[in-house]
Ligand binder design. Structure first.
Ligand code: ADP
Ligand code: MG
Length: 597
């Protein structure tokens, strides 16, 4: 064993930096929190190459006194705590005194800072924890921190950085949360010279929600209000019609801090219970204030977690506020509950629609579409001649629908509104209508995809879609897959996209819903650029979304569906791998009834 020695200051700093600074977004978080703690009214964040080449945070806050600048960069140096007891009533975002020293240890950091009462600003540079210069310069009141070449001296950490686009998206999401948690501050976020987010600092949370999530969410907001003991709640929740497929849109802020907390998530979802479809999650922006004595923020180096001294009280307060808000909204405008997209069609109309959709696609729009709309990125290149394919398709259907075959299948009826019972070749089949429908759509689509014959359907008028940072990231990385799938999506400036065509056959749900469901749910491994894998992920989720509505089928529609299902190579599993059909043999029945042993 080598001898035991105390580590050098540089090594200690670098190890400490590892704790809270794991990626560019963590640096931005710490610097923006410092700006907020400094009482800034305006904060501008600018990044280049996802923040790893350069990131800059500028504020108009209180600044640092010239003789204290050096001290601010020492480990565990803070102006926000003086004794351990202060930890029990923290109202600032920072308090650990670690950020500046950690950031400066793993980058080339420069700070320019000036208080209103000082004549000149101070410029201080530290590279890899070593001071480079300290000088007087001219600058406006406030503080600018510039971080260059992040992790240049910690190659291990550098290796773990994802693409610039991914890192930029993380920072984008973070900035959205910062803006939402502080509507009184005007935030501006630029990435690679492009403005990505801008808020006006008016103090209106609704304005910030509009800037981040766009019109469609903002128009569905309900103000939430509540107070219980040490817990006060305000902010907004969205009507259940704005449902999402994951928890990413359950936002809540505690004492101005964006956090994740399982107790609050559960309370929010419990508050919505009975109003959302299964596996759907709400949109919220709840502002929670709690007596700082009742909350421990010193749980996690990145300060993303909190602990409550009375968890139950917080749970009850949040759940009650959500419930009351939803109840009241129903009482005041009862009609609003009916706003959920609903398709009202007669059984006959549905039957026709279904038949039409089930028809061989060659007979339909394809050629006219391609001609009319021009560039769909979907041209039938190098595929077998059309008549040949149509024949194959018809032949398949004929086998299945031949009188002989049809006689061997008898639909008995439906149980629980979901499962079709069907006698088929000496077996009783129990078919999950949704899974079967999903499977049929998926296979139909994959066949078209394999033959480069995707059919897309123009939308008139086009739909405008506002994307979050993560959604933008996915759209940027998987755009080709969306095109291959039949979407036509173009950037439309300022985080919005124009959807001018959607895949044919998925048209019963609104284009925006379909796209959101896919973006929220699909698992894309963006580090691998694999078109087929992306397409599979898109198709799987799209089929699921298309079927989720829970349409009622009459027996002849079920007949058509089951018919198509049975022509597939594997009719037994849905694209997610779950069974579509459970089979019981006649023998199993005879055994159960003790007719045979
Ligand atoms: P903490 O925020 O936990 O106190 P930091 O290392 O982030 O620790 O910052 C150290 C100190 O530097 C802060 O306590 C604060 O006094 C000062 N400081 C940092 N950033 C700013 C800023 N943007 N404006 C004014 N003072 C700042
Ligand atoms: Mg700090």
């Amino acid at each position: 064993m080598p001898e035991i020695r105390q580590l050098s200051k540089e090594t200690i700093d670098r190890i400490a930096a590892g704790e809270c600074i794991e990626r560019p977004a963590a640096v931005v978080k710490e610097l923006v929190e410092n700006a907020i703690d400094a009482g800034a009214h305006a904060v501008t964040v600018e990044i280049r190459e996802g923040g790893s080449a350069m990131l800059r945070v500028t504020d108009d806050g209180c600044g640092i006194a010239p003789d204290e600048v050096r001290c601010a960069f020492l480990p565990h140096a803070t102006s926000k705590l003086t004794q351990a007891e202060d930890l029990s009533h923290i109202l600032t975002l920072g308090f650990r005194g670690e950020a500046l020293s950690s950031i400066a240890a793993v980058s080339k950091t420069e700070m320019i800072t000036k208080r209103a009462e000082d004549a000149a600003a101070t410029r201080y540079t530290v590279w890899g924890g070593a001071e480079q210069s300290l000088e007087e310069v001219g600058a406006p009141d406030g503080t600018t921190v510039i971080v260059r070449d992040l992790f240049y001296n910690t190659p291990a950490r550098l290796k773990f950085l994802r693409t610039s686009m991914t890192e930029a998206a993380h920072i984008g999401s973070l900035m959205e949360m910062m803006a939402l948690s502080h509507p009184e501050i005007a935030f501006q976020f630029l990435s690679g010279g492009q403005a990505k987010l801008m808020t006006n600092g008016s103090g209106s949370l609704r304005d910030v929600i509009y800037a981040v999530y766009g019109r469609s969410v903002t128009s569905e907001l309900l103000p939430a209000e509540g107070e219980e003991g040490a817990v006060r709640i305000s902010g907004f929740i969205a009507k259940p019609s704005v449902m999402r497929s994951n928890r990413q849109f359950e936002n809540y802020f505690i004492n101005g801090r964006y956090v994740k907390n399982a107790v609050i998530s559960r309370a929010v979802e419990e508050g919505y219970s009975g109003r959302l479809m299964q596996r759907s999650y709400p949109f919220t922006c709840l502002v929670i204030s709690i007596d700082p004595e009742e909350i421990d923020v010193n749980v996690h180096p990145a300060k993303m977690e909190v602990r409550f001294s009375d968890e139950q009280a917080v749970y009850r307060a949040v759940r009650a506020a959500v419930r009351r808000t939803l109840d009241q909204s129903v009482m005041i405008v009862p009609a609003e509950m009916d706003e959920r997209p609903r398709r009202v069609t007669t059984a006959q109309e549905r039957k026709e629609a279904y038949r039409e959709a089930a028809e061989p696609f060659e007979k339909q729009y394809k050629s006219s579409l391609v001609k009319e709309e021009g560039s769909y990125g979907i041209t039938p290149s190098g595929t077998p001649s059309l008549p040949a394919r149509a024949e194959i398709r018809e032949a398949e259907q004929l086998t299945f629908l031949s009188p002989e075959e049809k006689d061997r299948r008898r639909i008995i009826g439906q149980a629980f509104g979901t499962y079709w019972l069907c006698e088929y070749r000496g077996e009783l089949l129990v078919i999950d209508q949704h899974a079967a429908h999903e499977k049929v759509l998926y296979e139909r689509f994959m066949k078209q995809y394999a033959a480069s014959e995707i059919i897309s359907q123009p939308l008139r008028p086009a739909v405008i879609f506002t994307a979050s940072s993560r959604e933008e990231e996915v759209l940027a990385a998987c755009g080709e897959a969306f095109t291959a799938f039949g979407f036509m999506i173009e950037p439309f400036g300022e985080r919005t996209y124009k959807i001018s065509a959607v895949p044919y056959n998925f048209g019963n749900i609104p284009a925006e819903r379909l796209l959101r469901e896919i973006l929220d749910r699909a698992e894309f491994d963006l580090s691998k650029k694999e078109l087929p894998a992306y397409v599979h992920a898109i198709a799987t989720e799209a089929c699921k979304a298309a079927v989720k509505g829970g349409d009622v089928l009459d027996p002849s529609e079920a007949e058509t569906l089951i018919g198509e299902l049975m022509t597939l190579d594997d009719p037994w599993h849905c694209p997610h791998g779950r069974p579509t059909v459970i089979r019981f043999t006649k023998q199993e029945f005879e055994k159960k009834f003790k007719r045979i042993v």
